[in-house]
Design a protein around this ligand. Structure first.
Ligand code: SAH
Length: 471
């Protein structure tokens, strides 16, 4: 019998009964020295103990499989054996071969849950675990995963954060999270959870470097998300109960209570200010090469979409923002591909926005020319396009029509292009960037009405200042 036994984070009272039972009836116990030390007092006197150092896991696994055919062999693994532990390796070593004896994996408490319990409840909602160890996985892959995780608003538990020889990985992870998350995000650090020398710290993401000195290979770092708070010294990620229940008033569902309308307005203001501050913080880390007005446009798009990845997608060419602001000050016409863009544009300027997608002649042009209605709408706007503002929010085929007009010598003053889709969108936007016409473009397959509207509205706001009720 071969048992891969999880021994939990350290303290023996967190061992499961099943794990304890297997250890007590083992003929052979194998594991790395540290784990053997942790369970020393419950190893039966007659058992043979085979220790190995880190880095000798493969030999140990092979030996365990071989011995397991004849004896009760226990391979101990820290935390949960199935989480960066010995279970996977043992199964890989066995491969497709039929083992004579039985193999069992006994689960345990992993470092993330042990650390989370000591911090409070930071993993109450969706979360991910990532290891910074690049001994087996190339760092470039880890970095990509970190970026995706940082962009996703969930808590992240980091294993193997730092060792004597590996220190830059944590610094790089910090930089990535600072780029995509609010600097004030709550972070929990637990060293030696459930072991001697246990240290627990709750801090803010921006202050993480101050704690590097206490982070080592026995440390788990938990980076919270936007729902994570420090409540009375406990790190907790809200699951949404607070939206449904009002704890303070003890009156059950909040929906049952009467609020003054003013409360909502005030709450709305607070949310707006808070979001704005978060966005400004995110964008400020990127805005080195942007002008003040470009930075404002970027902020508006990130604010409208709640998606920091637009930072990397927005491209400004030929002083387009300044040109756009000037055009708006001059009261120039805006031509758009779809009604939705028009509807989103600030009402102070909406009467200057033209969209012909639903004009009576559009259907005829579309049918005769075998083009889409949005393309036909742009063709209908031909006389208006020269030296005015063109905003293509959605349709790659409208861009193709615009190219045809540009070839005829009709030149818009500025193009805002954010068409979306897997077919053609990325290509047409690259082409727009190559024209030499001032343009604001969301590169790649993404974009859409919200980003187009945000770009235009910010230019309107820069030109005319913020309107009374514009938030
Ligand atoms: N199988 C183990 C994880 C092995 S990876 C488990 O499930 O817990 C090793 C990493 O786990 C360490 O670098 C550290 O980040 C984390 N870890 C393991 N034990 C820990 C402990 N007692 N306290 C804090 N972190 C721990």
């Amino acid at each position: 019998m071969l048992s891969v036994v999880s021994i939990g984070p350290g303290s023996l009272d967190l061992l499961t009964e099943r794990a304890r039972e297997r250890i007590s009836s083992a003929d052979v116990i194998m594991g790395n020295e540290r784990y053997i030390e942790l369970i020393r007092e419950i190893i039966p006197t007659g058992a043979e103990v085979i220790t190995g150092r880190m880095g000798t896991e493969v030999e140990r696994a092979k030996k365990a499989v071989e011995l397991g055919n004849r004896k009760n062999v226990v391979v101990v693994s820290g935390g949960d054996a199935g989480i960066y532990g010995m279970a996977g390796l043992v199964i890989e070593v066995i491969g497709d071969f039929d083992m004579d004896s039985k193999l069992e994996i006994i689960p345990g408490i992993t470092a993330a849950s042990a650390s989370a319990a000591l911090l409070g409840a930071p993993l109450s909602n969706d979360f991910a675990v990532v290891s910074l160890s690049d001994l087996l996985v190339p760092w470039s892959e880890i970095e990509k995963k970190l970026e995706r995780l940082a962009k996703t608003d969930i808590a992240v538990a980091i294993y193997n954060p730092k060792s004597k020889n590996r220190t830059v990985q944590l610094e790089k992870a910090y930089e990535i999270f600072m780029r995509f998350r609010d600097a004030k995000t709550i972070v929990g650090i637990v060293r030696n959870a459930e072991r001697e020398g246990c240290e627990i710290e709750i801090t803010a993401l921006e202050d993480l470097p101050d704690s590097y000195h206490r982070i080592d290979m026995s440390t788990t770092v938990v980076i919270g998300c936007s729902q994570t708070e420090n409540l009375g010294g406990r790190m907790v990620t809200r699951r949404g109960y607070e939206r449904k229940y009002d704890y303070d008033r003890g009156e059950g569902e909040t929906g049952n209570q009467e609020h003054e309308k003013g409360d909502y307005v005030e709450a709305g203001d607070r949310i707006w200010e808070k979001s704005k501050a978060i966005v400004e913080d995110i964008v400020s880390k990127y805005s080195g090469s942007l002008s003040e007005h470009e930075r404002r446009v970027v902020e508006r798009v990130v604010f409208a979409t709640a998606d920091p990845s637009f930072l990397n997608l927005l491209v400004f060419k030929h002083l387009s923002v300044e040109k756009g602001i000037q055009c708006i000050k001059d009261g120039k016409t805006i031509i758009t591909d779809i009604e939705m863009v028009k509807a989103g544009i600030n009402k102070r300027y909406r009467e200057k926005v033209k969209c012909f997608v639903n004009a009576p002649k559009t259907t005829e042009i579309a049918e005769k020319g075998n083009v889409t209605r949005t393309a036909a709408g742009i063709r209908l706007a031909k006389e208006l396009i020269h030296d005015n503002i063109v905003v293509i929010g959605n349709s790659p085929s409208a861009c193709l029509e615009l190219f045809a007009l540009i070839e005829q010598g009709i030149k818009p003053a500025i193009i805002v292009a954010t068409p979306v889709g897997f077919v053609n969108a990325a290509e047409v936007k690259e082409k727009i960037l190559s024209f030499g016409v001032p343009c604001v473009v969301v590169k790649g397959v993404r974009g859409g009405t919200p980003s187009a509207v945000a770009i235009v509205n910010e230019m309107i706001e820069i030109a005319y200042g913020r309107g009374e009720d514009e938030k």
